[in-house]
Structure formats: structure tokens, C-alpha cells
Write a protein that binds this ligand. Sequence first.
Ligand code: ATP
Length: 516
Amino acid sequence: MAQEDVFKKLVSHCKEYGYVFPSSEIYDGLSAVYDYGQYGVELKNNIKKYWWDSMVLLNDNIVGLDSAIFMHPTIWKASGHVDAFNDPLIDNKDSKKRYRADMLIEEYLLKFEEKIAKEIEKARERFGNAFDEKKFRETNQRVLANQAKIDEVEARYSKAMNSNDLAGLRQIIIDNEIVCPVSGTWNWTDVRQFNLMFATEMGSTAEGSSKVYLRPETAQGIFVNFLNVQKTGRMKIPFGIAQIGKAFRNEIVARQFIFRMREFEQMEMQFFVRPGSELDWFRHWKEVRMRWFRALGFGDDNYRFHDHTKLAHYANAATDIEYKFPFGFKEVEGIHSRTDFDLRQHQEYSGKKMQYFDPEKGESYIPFVVETSIGVDRMFLHIISAALYEEELKKEDGSSDTRVVMRLPSFLAPVKLAVLPLVKKDGLPGIAEKIVHDLKFHFNCQYDDKDSIGRRYRRQDAIGTPYCITIDHQTLEDNTVTIRYRDSMEQERVGINQLTDIIDEKVSINSLLKRL
Ligand code: ATP
């Protein structure tokens, strides 16, 4: 199936099964804003718990915070967002579609990278074990030509971005004949800067209102509380502050479902370290975060680092963790070594000392910061894309059937088990209801007695329920039930009194956390 169709199916599956709805749908929606339905909210909460526990529970030097969305407007001046949180915008005059100039160039570069990857793949198949990728990259003419093109465009692109040269960005688009995907022309406007922050008014007009921003990242709430947390928690460097919360960005191009939204949620952790040790900590967090992704079991090769070559002026190292979405490898998390930029700026703008007294060194300094920053919604999209399968099943009579299944890791699944009486009589529903009543204190359970058992299994497969418990006539005799496993579809007979222990062992977050 074409990648585009895979993605369309995913979006409609999310809607049909109560995961994600377009916001304000009865009013035709609101662009790039989404609501999470009855299963979506459970999955989202489980993702957040996995992140939170891996940060705050497993590290005794990381604590949590929940800062307000509204903050003093000077914070955004100090952080640089008022002056520089911009994206370069360009319009195609024929299609009237708007794009980010930087993204047009990056997508153009990606095509050359894909060509190289294809050449390598072909050669690997041809040469088998004897294949030497490094040598091939250095000698194959087609790879060399594509790499030379990437290097040439990247050098111009990085120069233009670093010097804020908007005309230069446009020229790269023109010189490389990068066309609008809709009109197919390169009839482009000039490139303009567009600030991504949403602003609103705080206070009534009688008192005199002031302009405030909806935060575009949660990190600044951590920086301005650095001293509060350090002092009240008697934190010793190195230590971290973790926060989960909403962020808002007036994105120019908001396509690809919940990949790029105007209202979204972030999970950020700022780790405060001694100046000079930040690059060691940067490497440490790269490894830790990659392990967090891989522990989910979706395949190690589906993740990669994308180290930044062009760094923001305040950073001395940065990387993205990318996941292989149906539309290619894309960023899910950013890890940045931000030096002492933010704390120093807040010290200057607020006039308050943002320093830490290091008892071991006997001196005060502004700590350096390594941050890990991941979007909850983007992680949600990653999980759904990795988990959703359409499978062909061979029946005993030789015919085939398909089933749609979400192979969610058990801990993340919204519903852990469904309890299904085989028929709606002979006392079976009563037993099923009692099991739900007992187990609901432990797990999210669902009772379902509508339709044939086969259809009920399919419904649970489609929402990703890992276990189905079926009550049948044998249950009346020996108090046993069957557990049906979502992925293998195998069934096993167990005693009702064993259920809590069996399921608990399988859905507990502990086994996931222990893998980190
Ligand atoms: P991008 O390059 O995709 O715009 P970014 O580099 O601006 O992302 P950061 O500012 O580093 O992103 O934000 C950290 C994380 O927050 C991203 O890795 C992503 O998971 C998430 N994120 C950022 N912008 C959005 C958005 N508009 N919608 C959903 N998630 C987002």
C-alpha cells in the first residue's frame, strides 16, 4: 500500500475508534487543533506516565514541576522568542499555498538522501556480506554526485539560516527549481519572517490590560523556577526539573494530522550541570533517551539520531531523535545543550541572580543546561503508526479474511482487558460482570456482550486491547475462563482467581521501566 494511503487509513482509524477527533468538528473543524477521544486520552495518559516515571521516579536527582501557561511577557523577551521565534514563510503565487522556506529546502535535500539510500540498498543486496558501505560511499559515482549536491545546498542553506538571509533562502529555492507540490511552478513570493507566538490580553481595559503570550514551550517555566526548586528541594548539581504541559505555536504549515499542531503538549526536562561538563551530559541523555524509545519494542532500526550541523546561537550541541513515520524519518524529540544562555538572560532581564553555589568547588556560577524535549502528540502518532496493522488471516476452509489490529505495548493500551460472556444467557453475563467488578480496581476493563464473539474480538483488536477473557459454559463447572491474546490470537484456559496476577504481570509499567 502507498505510504500516503497508510497514513490516511491511520487518520480515519483514529477517528472511527475514538482516539482522535478534529476539534470543533460540527463547525467544520479548526485547523491543526485536535481532540482526544475516550481511548486517545487513555493512551496519552499512559505515554505521559511512561515518560514521567522514567524521569522523576527512576532518577532521584530529577523532580517535577507544573508551571502556569501564562507568564510575565518579559520572559519571552529574555528568552529571545519575541524577536526570533520565527519561521521563514513563502507563498506560491499560483496555488496560493503557504510554505516554510526552510522545509521546502530540507525536503529537497531529503530526496538526494533517499537516492543515496536506494543505491546503498541495491549494492548491499548485490554484494551480500562482503558489502563495505563506507567504501561504497567513497567510490560510487552516483552516490558521490548526490552527496556533492547535498553538501553544496546544505552549505548555502546553513549560511542563509545563520545570517537570517531571507533573500538568500529564496535564491536557493529558485536556483534549484524547487516547485510548489500543488501548482508545480516556482512562481514564489519573497520570504518573510513570521512569529509563531499567540498573544492575548490579560486584565480588563479599565485597569489597563497587558499583552501576554500563550507559552510556545514549557521550558521557560522551568528556567524561571530554577532557584525556587533548587532551594526548596535542596537540589545539588547535577539535577533536573521535568514538566509536562501545553504549548502553543501558530505554525505556518500545519499538515500531517497531529504531527504539527497549533496547540500541543510537551514533556521537557532541563538538566542543570557544571559548566564544562555539559557535553558529557549531552551524550549521556542521548543514550538514555534512545533507550527509552527502543524499550517499547518497535524495532531499533526505526530510530536514528539527526545531529544538527547548524546550531542555534545559544547551543553548543543538538540532536533530534527521529522515528520512521509512514512519511519518512521525522523528529520526535530534541536534545539540546543550551549552555547557560537562558538562565543568564533571565538574570539580566529580571535583575535577580540565577546562580548556584557549588559546595564542592566553593564557588558560585550559572549552571549549564542540557534539555530533552519531546511532544506528547508526536509520540502518540509514532505509537499509533508503529502499532496499527492490517493483517490477512487464512481461514480453515482456505479462504482469507483481514483483521485490523493495534499492537500497542500492553502497558500503553487504553483498555487492558475485555470480559466477554460467550452468550447472553445461562448466567454467563453475571459471572462476566462480577469479574469486571473485581478487576476494575486494578486495570481498565471493558464488558461487552453484543454481537458474535468473533466480532467482539475484532472490535477489541482494533482498539488495541491486549487480552480478552471469555466466559463459557465450562466456566460454570470449573471456574475457568479463556484468555485470548491479541497478537498471536492464541487462547489459554486459566482459573478466574489467577486473572489479577496473570494480567498484572503483563500490563505493569514496572517491566518496561526495568528495561531502561
Ligand atoms: P519542528 O522542527 O518539527 O518544528 P522544533 O525543532 O521546533 O520542531 P522543538 O522546539 O525542539 O521542536 O520542540 C520539541 C518537541 O516538541 C518536538 O520534537 C516535537 O515533538 C514537539 N513539537 C514541536 N512543535 C510541535 C507542533 N507544532 N505540534 C506537535 N508537536 C510539536
